[in-house]
Design a protein around this ligand. Sequence first.
Ligand code: M6R
Length: 606
Amino acid sequence: MCGIFVYVGTRNGIRIAIDGLKKVEYRGYDSAGIAFIEKGKIVCKKAVGKLKNLEEKLGDETATTVIAHTRWATHGKPTEENAHPILDAKGSVAVIHNGIIENYMQLREELEREGVKFRTETDTEVISNLIATVYKGDLLKAVQEMMPLIKGAWAIAVIHKDHPDECIVAKNSAPLVLGIGVGETFAASDPNALVHHTREVIYLSDGEVARIRPQGAELFDAEHLPISKQVEQIKHSVEEFSKGQFEHYTLKEIYEQPQAMRNAMLSRFFEDYGTVALDDLFLKPAELLAVKRIVIVAAGTSLHAGMIARYMLEEISRIPTSIEIASEFRYRNPIVEDGTLVIAISQSGETADTIAAVRELKAKGATIIALCNVQGTTLTRDADYTFFLRAGPEIGVCSTKAFTSQLTVLALFSLMMARLRHMSKLEGKEFLIALEAVPEQIETVLAQAMAIQHLADKYAHLNDFFFIGRRYMYPTCLEAALKLKEISYINANGYAAGELKHGPIALLNPHCPTFALCADQVTYDKIISNVLEAKARHSPIIALAFNDDERLHTIANDLILIPKTRDEFAPILASVVCQLFAYFCAKKRGADIDQPRNLAKSVTVE
Ligand code: M6R
């Protein structure tokens, strides 16, 4: 869960590498470093903390082959020593690494027995030392020889003091993409980092190695045989990767939701027939009808999208659905019966827990559909079918537009399954008409941003919050609480409102507000009772309800109204309110919104 950027060319690569690192900094930001070769020696510059600390350490150095890294610590504290690049004991080889070497302890002990002195606590140091040990003048060969010795998920870039014009990159279960320029070649953890330099990219597959030089990349498969791979084009525009007029990526991405949702729906439904045709789903209607059970696996925000989808899939498609926390599921011994369809949801497509759960399910014969925002990722390759979210790059660490796009695609999928079973054309049409109206309704919510900011200003000093809701609003509460925790560092609990009285109500007091999400028509009367229970315990009440609400204005201290929609789509509108609330609370508290502490965008470790 770190960011890699490599430049090999003829220009001064140091500035280019730093700019490239800024694009992958979301992947980890507790320390950063670069290495290059100067007069036959490896020079390494590192700094703890954000990238700007590294920038401050740089002078007027120049180099044409540069490896650069931004770290999210796994093995060893975020210190300068543990920051990458990591050199071998003799200082000949420098390695940057994303991922985890599972057998590093054993390898380290073996190397130590041979007299190798280790300087860091990282697992990466075994890589540089193994390469140095087997190196006999050919860096490519040394990396290829080292690769079978390490176990785990990793992507690496390696330079050697005697090879000033080349870098060897390789990967296994961690992302790495090559950028092909004119007289210069790049590698990065994310194609977004390359778009300023080239649109031509090659995605490396597991076990593949590339020797990159200014004139291009030579590729080799796991058997060391030369291969050629298709050069793909990055589709996103440069603007999609910039903050534009917004202060933070997170805010920009919140505001992009109407368009992201329209993109997610585009050409995927037929309103006249009240039905859906999802591209890339090549299952025949008979196969979809044979689905007896759906298992959704995901983590974090994607898990919450899955929880909301469960209500839809059971209610409108009438398919028994279970939702599984990926990190727990992988350690169960799941029962996969005939007719089990798995939906794996992941914005990044690189979440290690989700991928591991998918592999377990696939090995047991389940069909896997992935819901993913990023193309060419591990999850999309493992899955049988992928629905892309088309939300555009999500750079803020907290997931916003990917979440609402996930809900949109999941709503379409639920409708498709329902129409194949019992739902009438007319009901399908009504569902679609309501869904099509949501992007404009989000715009109405966004227009209330100032009021939501005032609300956040009023409450941001408090340290504990409850979000309560029922049915569709329950997972929406979990997501709202996650947003508030993640970016404003406020302790927030999401609760099924009916559970409040079973214990957590003891925590309510005048300094612990209850944010009640009441936009669920089926359970409206019930949640009003829960709100009254909270009010009786002197908890300030912030209520969110549909705009035809008649009761809450006399009960709540503060009331936010959202446009009326079907209960299935209320989570989308309520979530936009809660995202803005979390954003403005974080802003008021001076938190680092796009890169919250201790976090990283894609969690590629267990
Ligand atoms: O890329 P994924 O959707 O698989 O990521 C899963 C979680 O790590 C992610 O949703 C995380 O919870 C977000 N930072 C929440 O905003």
